[in-house]
Design a protein around this ligand. Structure first.
Ligand SMILES: [Ca+2]
Ligand SMILES: [Ca+2]
Ligand SMILES: [Ca+2]
Length: 225
């Protein structure tokens, strides 16, 4: 084959490799993105249909580890975030998983966020560190306290991470007594497990400062309880 044809084939034969930026783009439409399939995808099963790639995450493989429920440095609309931890030995893609609660919130994650083995992902209401209190974010959710999005109620709430069919990957709940303005609620580093984190006693307030003045450990191991 002539070199030019070979190069053409190589260039055209690569059409399922799509790079997605990490960022805050395009969540305002309520999750109607139809192009979100196959970011990376070198370690999981084949794309289902060339469209959206079904999550290949099993219950318990991602663990909810830390929440900024009631930010002080900025408004909750900009300052809320959720930290997850990948307890497996493989990279997990978050697209298609639904961040929500028991009865109001449901936000399908998109944007091609992947979490490496043994690493954290931080999902933020606002990805801009200059606007969210100084948090580096891996992905975003649409902050909305009335459904069609996700928010962490200051008076107590549940947090669920689920497969599209509703199967829980992890779930936790907290009460108002566990909420302190400007201080993230984190699970004890010894309780980073989808069952161990079900107990309220496994969670405590964090004490490491963020650049914006609030306290938390987004993207890093939690302070001990
Ligand atoms: Ca809140
Ligand atoms: Ca749990
Ligand atoms: Ca943390």
């Amino acid at each position: 084959m002539p070199l030019s044809l070979l190069l053409l084939q190589l260039a055209c034969g690569n059409d399922n490799v799509i790079a997605y930026p990490v960022g805050d783009g395009g969540h305002a439409d309520g999750g109607t993105d139809t192009d979100g399939g196959g970011a990376g995808g070198d370690d999981t099963g084949p794309p289902a249909d060339g469209g959206a790639t079904a999550p290949t995450v099993a219950p318990g493989e991602l663990v909810l580890t830390e929440l900024m429920i009631d930010a002080s440095a900025v408004s909750d609309e900009h300052g809320e975030w959720v930290e997850l931890f990948n307890v497996t030995d493989r990279t997990l893609a978050l697209d298609g998983l639904v961040l929500g609660d028991d009865n109001v919130d449901a936000w399908p994650l998109d944007g091609g966020v992947q979490v490496a083995a043994g690493q954290y992902a931080v999902l933020c209401a606002d990805a801009a560190a200059g606007a969210n209190g100084g948090v580096s974010c891996d992905g975003t959710f649409h902050y909305n306290t009335w459904g069609e999005g996700f928010a962490l109620a200051n008076a107590g709430d549940e947090v669920t991470l689920a497969l599209p069919d509703g199967t829980a990957v992890d779930r936790m709940s907290y009460g108002e007594a566990q909420v302190s303005p400007g201080v993230a609620l984190g699970v004890d580093p010894d309780k980073v497990d989808a069952t161990d984190n079900d107990s309220a006693g496994a969670w405590c307030l964090q004490d490491s400062p963020l650049s914006g003045g609030d306290l938390g450990t987004p993207g890093q191991a939690n302070d001990g309880c």
